[in-house]
Write a new protein. Structure first.
Length: 92
């Protein structure tokens, strides 16, 4: 079923006024980008095999990158998964 002409025109106008800022990303980059944008505290822990999630969040925080609320999230490295879970539980 085709869209009405008015809808098509509105979509084209919106696309012209708001150009896309999309760029390709792997799953880890996409996940850390969203998590960082909405977190005040990020708990990371070393795992094997490693993923870039914790390292990326830590690098952004050290560089002073702010999240969606204008705050630089505090990144805290824990020694285990249980420690990270406890940290998250404590911030709720």
């Amino acid at each position: 079923q085709e869209l009405p002409l008015e809808v098509i025109q509105a979509l084209r106008k919106a696309a012209a006024e708001h150009p896309s800022k999309q760029e390709p990303a792997d799953g880890c980059t996409a996940a850390v980008t969203v998590a960082y944008a909405f977190a005040e505290t990020i708990f990371i822990f070393p795992i094997t095999p490693t993923t870039p999630l914790g390292e990326t969040a830590d690098q952004w925080a050290v560089a002073g990158k702010t999240n969606s609320f204008g705050v630089v999230p505090k990144v805290q490295q824990m020694q285990s998964e249980a420690g990270a879970v406890a940290g998250v539980h404590g911030t709720l």
